[in-house]
Ligand binder design. Structure first.
Ligand code: ZN
Length: 133
C-alpha cells in the first residue's frame, strides 16, 4: 500500500498545479462500519499527509475540503442543493434545472470549485488552467 500511495501522490502533484480533496469521504462508502472505517481513515490520512508534503516541496497547493461540505448532493451545474441523496443513487437529475449528474463526477466538480474558492478566499493566486472550464 505504501508504495502505491507514494506513486499516486507523486503523480497527482506532478500533473497538477493544485490538488483539492475531500477529507475522509470514504467512510460514507464503506459497508463494515468499524474495521473498514479505521483502515480507510488511516489510509486516507496517510495519502493526504503525502500530498501535503509533496505539494509544499514542489511549490504547489493541496487543499483539503471539510467533510461537511455537501459535495454529492449539490448540483455542480447551478449550485442547487438536494435535501438528501441516497448512497445507492449513482446518477441523478437536478429537480431544479434538469442537469444530469454522475454522482462521483458531480462531487469532484464541486470539490474542485470549493477548493478554488478556498484558495481565492485565502488570497492565493489561482492560475487560469485550474479554473473550471
Ligand atoms: Zn441544478
Amino acid at each position: 500500500m505504501g508504495g502505491e500511495m507514494k506513486k499516486l501522490s507523486k503523480r497527482l502533484i506532478d500533473e497538477n498545479q493544485a490538488v483539492c480533496a475531500e477529507s475522509l469521504k470514504i467512510k460514507n462508502m464503506m459497508q463494515n462500519p468499524h474495521l473498514a472505517k479505521a483502515i480507510a481513515d488511516a489510509a486516507w490520512g496517510e495519502l493526504y499527509r503525502m500530498l501535503a508534503y509533496r505539494a509544499k516541496r514542489a511549490g504547489k497547493r493541496f487543499v483539503c475540503i471539510d467533510t461537511f461540505f455537501p459535495s454529492s448532493k449539490t448540483c455542480s451545474a447551478r449550485g442547487h442543493k438536494l435535501d438528501k441523496l441516497d448512497l445507492a443513487t449513482r446518477e441523478w437529475a437536478c429537480p431544479k434545472c434538469g442537469a444530469r449528474h454522475d454522482r462521483d463526477r458531480n462531487a469532484s466538480k464541486n470539490v474542485r470549485a470549493e477548493g478554488i474558492r478556498m484558495m481565492k478566499a485565502a488570497g492565493q493566486t489561482v492560475l487560469k488552467r485550474v479554473l473550471p472550464a
